[in-house]
Design a protein. Structure first.
Lengths: 300, 273
């Protein structure tokens, strides 16, 4: 099956400044893909290139296997860099205008307004909407054509905690229906909660890609055992002194997590009571900062 | 393109500022073409329009009276409409919203051009309609015969008015696309129409022959020449015979096509956002 999104060596330069460089991105059909990166990393420029709003300086974009040209956005809905509508029209009339541009029936307008829980305020002027309502109207517009691919750029920007939770729930619901969702965000927690797979962009380059678990990686084992001194001594004879550290009343072992069963057996046989033994994961935030720092340093 | 056209028509019709500008156009036209000259005639006082006589306000002069404002004042108003319709898409960042719905840039642009052409026609027809009512009222009040221009003259007048109005509208469009905003294009457009054109015609052209020659290729003097040929009062600012009517139509048509193509080219080539 063709990827929903595929970019090859995609780059964008503004004068002497390269904001996206050699980007190879693949978003598979039906997945919720998180496009994670700090502000200014090149996320929005990439999304704008996907939609044809910005011309790439080099490289190609394919959506559902289709190259740029007429009809490329036929199965795509998007909310890019915040909602933007006509302030003198109501929410409903804004969607009606867009429905005309899109060539979809007016029945879709009521349907998407219901979907984002905006039906009761749909006849108010857009200028009077709260930021949360504007964001929801933006998602409604993106859903007008019932797209197979939904591109959402920072969809929870400016929302209060309840609004953010609502928006995440909505995105999960939309993704659960077999639709591909590409969510760009600088919020780790958001991406962790809603995305199947994540690409991390820094300095305009994709510096890592995989599931959240893969990105965290498992860097060793964590052991709580009694008596601690005996556990430390025996562990050092088993894996080497330099691979064992005592931290907060436990042991951090720099060994492959797959060796957990072997380590457990060895410690127990040596008369050490193992109270806890689990893979040691890296803190996601630290992973993110490391990746961003590495990506930015590579570019520099 | 018809989808974009219908969407643009809805936006135009629902936009309060468009109605405000139409209202200003009609009030301006009515005031300076009929109300003030008629008041002057009734009171027997002089003034800027003191050359106007009662026969010049009657319905048979409808074509010239309706076209008189287009080279400058009404032209400025339709230029603002052109800037608003295109420049606001940059100001509100709505290009991305519209284009994300699938239509191509040129499709949306063509819809806008057609909608603006329709709006320019509405403005011209409304000015004619208000002029017809005002002329009739004056004729009835003054016990003068109500005679109308021939259909041919009316059609030629409306056609010429529409050509001038749509040319100024497209100047507004090209300025808005070039500057990707509203305020600066409106400001520059008005400076050109209200100040530079008048200075060129009133100050520079009489002094320098080459300026007088250059004027023959500018849209304002050609618009002024066209409406003068169709009977617009010569004491109206911007109305003067600089070239013949045929050349004026040709020059305006060239400007119109150039503005449409230049804006399309810029819109197609540049990044959005």
């Amino acid at each position: 099956m063709e990827p929903s999104v595929q970019t090859e060596a995609l780059s964008k330069r503004y004068g002497g400044r390269t904001v996206v460089r050699d980007l190879h991105l693949i978003v598979r059909p039906g997945e919720v893909y998180g496009f994670l990166g700090p502000n200014g990393a090149g996320k929005t420029t990439t999304l704008r290139m996907l939609l044809g709003l910005v011309r790439p300086s080099a490289g190609t974009v394919r959506l559902f296997g289709r190259p740029p040209g007429a009809g490329r956005l036929a199965d795509v809905g998007a909310l890019i860099e915040g909602p933007a509508f006509y302030p003198y029209l109501s929410g409903r009339d804004n969607l009606r205008v867009l429905a005309r541009h899109a060539g979809v029936g007016m029945d879709r307008v009521a349907l998407v307004l219901d979907l984002v829980h905006l039906a009761d305020r749909a006849d108010d002027r857009y200028a009077g909407y709260s930021l949360g309502m504007k964001q929801r109207l933006g998602v409604a517009a993106a859903l007008l054509r019932d797209p197979r691919l939904l591109v959402l750029d920072e969809p929870t920007n400016g929302l209060d905690p309840a609004g953010m939770a609502d928006m995440r729930q909505l995105i999960r619901r939309l993704g659960a229906g077999g639709r591909t969702v590409l969510v760009a965000s600088h919020l780790l927690g958001e991406v962790e909660q809603i995305c199947d797979r994540v690409g991390v962009i820094a300095g305009g380059r994709l510096v890592a890609e995989g599931s959240i678990a893969q990105l965290r990686g498992a860097v060793g084992l964590w052991v709580l055992a009694d008596p601690l001194d005996a556990a430390v001594a025996h562990a050092r004879t088993l894996v080497g002194t330099e691979r064992v550290r005592v931290v907060g009343g436990g042991l951090e072992l720099s060994v492959a997590p797959e060796r957990a069963a072997w380590l457990n057996t060895e410690l127990v046989t040596a008369g050490v009571a193992v109270r806890e033994l689990r893979p040691r994961e890296r803190d996601l935030e630290q992973v993110f900062f490391d990746l961003v720092e590495k990506g930015t340093a590579d570019v520099a | 393109m018809s989808r974009s056209f219908s969407a643009e028509i809805v936006k135009l019709v629902r936009r309060p500022s468009c109605w405000l500008l139409l209202g200003i156009a009609l009030v301006t036209s009515l005031t300076f073409t009929y109300v003030l000259p008629y008041a002057s005639i009734r009171s027997g006082t002089g003034g800027p329009n003191s050359d106007r006589t009662l026969p010049m306000l009657l319905p048979d002069q409808l074509v010239g009276n309706s076209l008189g404002g287009l080279p400058i004042f009404l032209g400025a108003i339709v230029l603002i409409i052109g800037v608003l319709v295109v420049g606001s898409e940059y100001g509100w960042d709505t290009w991305k919203t519209v284009l994300s719905q699938g239509p191509s840039r040129l499709e949306v642009y063509a819809g806008k051009v057609l909608a603006l052409a329709a709006a320019a026609l509405v403005v011209v027809l409304a000015v004619f309609a208000v002029g017809a009512v005002a002329g009739t009222l004056i004729a009835v009040t003054e016990s003068q015969p109500v005679r109308w221009p021939s259909i041919d003259d009316l059609l030629a007048g409306v056609g010429a008015g529409w050509l001038i109005a749509v040319t100024w509208t497209m100047l507004g469009v090209v300025l808005a696309v070039a500057m990707r905003s509203v305020a600066l294009p409106v400001g520059l457009g008005l400076v050109w129409m209200l100040a530079v054109q008048n200075l060129l015609a009133g100050v520079a052209a009489p002094l320098l022959d080459w300026v007088a020659q250059v004027q023959k290729g500018l849209p304002g003097p050609n618009a002024g020449s066209l409406v003068a040929a169709l009977g617009a009062p010569r004491d109206t600012p911007g109305v003067a015979v600089v070239v013949g009517a045929g050349q004026a139509v040709l020059v305006l048509a060239v400007y119109l096509i150039a503005f449409v193509l230049l804006a399309a080219l810029l819109l197609r080539r540049r990044d959005i956002g």
